[in-house]
Write a protein that binds this ligand. Structure first.
Ligand code: BES
Ligand code: MN
Ligand code: ZN
Length: 484
């Protein structure tokens, strides 16, 4: 979508929808007869998310609820723009002209971000979609008296939108297309942004002793990959980096502990953690963040096969710790065990944050909106929680009780990979903690937030959310970047 910032006196483009964002309580103050009549005949109050079509005016006019003016903020600006777009995207008209509720350069720029995110669509495999079902809005004008400020605020937000789109595309791709080698190839292409990308294949991982990660992929004909992304934006290229690690199970059948058929197709998005980390590195490079950052992706496919790992197998991780694989469907933690250990061993980062669609239990614990946050460090946890509020990617902190460690004791190895049903998300986090070697660390279980159907946020269309990219970008920007 082509988005521009225009002054109020700019003429209307042909085939335009005009959208006015109206603060709650101000809908009844319209003097103009057409608006006043439309409002009077409806229940429109300006509450957030409401949309009212006004008939009898220009091409088409809508009113969009912007919510209470006292609560109006950047996210409200995004929402109003996104709701307007969603209401008219298939109207047949081509331009959306938005008059924001509160006119600042920052809010106009955030409205543009809201439009970009709301207009996301994964339609590359649709070849017969009827023309009248396709979005018709191809351009947007955001009306503002602060166009220069809005344009100046745009570059980091455009970089963010590009990165969220990149991440959503990875998550949306089916697993016959996006296997580990293809995922790594797409990440390698990000070197054009100034990142460096290294790809380790199975022989390199075997040399490093990554028996835990390799065991997961051994039933697949697709080669497992470990991708190391680096962005060096700090003044000192040797400054200690921050580090992010993503679970990238390109498809999770469960392996020999095979999942039931119903809903198994969802497991194409079991690489949402890796996609979030790749998206984060994309935005850090795209906006030239003043930080050194490492992103590590553990990419595997979990398949049943004659060569697949069996329940009861014992594998040796890169850390030297041995793991009894009780259930081959608890594979994400096996991938992270080696990826996390490798990360701390090679980079000695300031902290590590891993993201993973790790457990069904987090859906049971927290429902569909709050990802689970587990951390051994209160400062890192607080910084994540505050970043989460600013970007509307909710998090809820969960405990890491020592007493639950015994649930993952094994009679024949150093640990087993499942701890039973009680506290399933917690015991999986305790498992990963055994590979962080005492560094400040946080684990985000995003099994409930990587994919939404239906979505309840106007800037997130149904399907891949890109959860984590905004949160971690804000975390880095607010707490770990060098100040200019
Ligand atoms: N990828 C799944 C977790 C998952 C489940 C994500 C549902 C999204 C929706 C993970 O690999 C898994 O299978 N976890 C098992 C662990 C169990 C075997 C201990 C689970 O949560 O059932
Ligand atoms: Mn699994
Ligand atoms: Zn999985």
């Amino acid at each position: 979508m082509q988005i521009e910032f225009v002054s109020p006196d700019t003429g209307l483009a042909p085939r335009t929808v005009l959208a006015f964002a109206v603060p709650e309580g101000e809908a009844s103050s319209f003097q103009d007869g057409v608006f006043a009549a439309a409002v009077a005949a409806s229940r429109f109050t300006g509450a957030r998310g409401q949309v009212l079509q006004v008939h009898g005016a220009a091409d088409r006019v809508i009113l969009v609820g912007a919510g209470k003016i006292a609560e109006f903020d950047a996210l409200a600006a995004e929402h109003a723009a996104a709701s307007a777009y969603a209401a008219v995207k298939t109207s047949g008209l081509e331009c959306l002209r938005l008059v924001p509720a509160v006119d600042t350069g920052e809010f106009a720029a955030r409205a543009a971000l809201g439009l970009r995110l709301a207009a996301y669509r994964f339609d590359k495999y649709r070849t017969r979609e009827p023309a009248d079902k396709k979005p018709s809005i191809a351009a947007a004008q955001i009306v503002t008296g602060h166009a220069a400020a809005a344009r100046a605020a745009m570059p980091p937000l455009a970089a963010l939108a590009d990165a969220v789109v990149f991440s959503r595309d990875l998550v949306s791709e089916p697993a016959n297309i996006l296997h580990p080698v293809e995922f790594a190839r797409r990440v390698k292409a990000l070197e054009a942004l100034g990142l460096s990308v290294e790809i380790l294949g199975e022989p390199e991982m075997a040399d490093l002793g990554m028996g835990s990660l390799l065991g997961v992929g051994q039933g697949s004909i697709r080669e497992s990959q470990l991708v190391v992304m680096r962005w060096n934006g700090a003044a000192d290229p040797a400054a200690q980096p921050v580090a992010f690690i993503g679970k990238g199970v390109c498809f999770d059948t469960g392996g020999i502990s095979l999942k039931p058929a119903d809903g198994m197709e969802d497991m194409k998005w079991d690489m949402g953690g890796a996609a979030a980390v790749a998206g984060l590195m994309h935005v850090l490079a795209g906006r030239k963040a003043k930080v050194n950052a490492v992103g590590i992706l553990g990419l595997v496919e979990n398949m049943p096969d004659g060569n697949a790992q069996r329940p009861g197998d014992v594998v040796t991780s890169m850390s030297g710790q041995t793991i009894e694989v009780i259930n081959t469907d608890a594979e994400g933690r096996l991938v992270l065990a080696d990826a996390v250990w490798y990360c701390q061993d090679r980079f000695k980062p300031r902290f590590m944050i891993d993201l993973a669609t790790l457990t069904g239990a987090i859906i049971i614990s927290l429902g569909n909106d709050y990802a689970g946050l587990f951390s051994n460090n209160d400062e890192l946890a607080e910084n994540l929680l505050s970043a989460s509020k600013g970007e509307e990617e909710p998090l809820w902190r969960m405990p890491l009780p020592k007493a639950y460690e015994k649930q993952i004791d094994s009679p024949i190895a150093d640990m087993k990979n499942v701890g039973g049903r009680p506290g399933g998300s917690i015991t999986s986090a305790l498992f990963i903690q055994r590979f962080v070697n005492g560094l400040p660390w946080a684990h985000l279980d995003i099994a409930n937030t990587a994919w939404k159907k239906p979505s309840t946020v106007p800037t997130i269309p149904d399907g891949a959310t890109g959860y984590g990219v905004r949160l971690l970008n804000r975390l880095v920007a607010d707490h770990y970047e060098e100040r200019a």
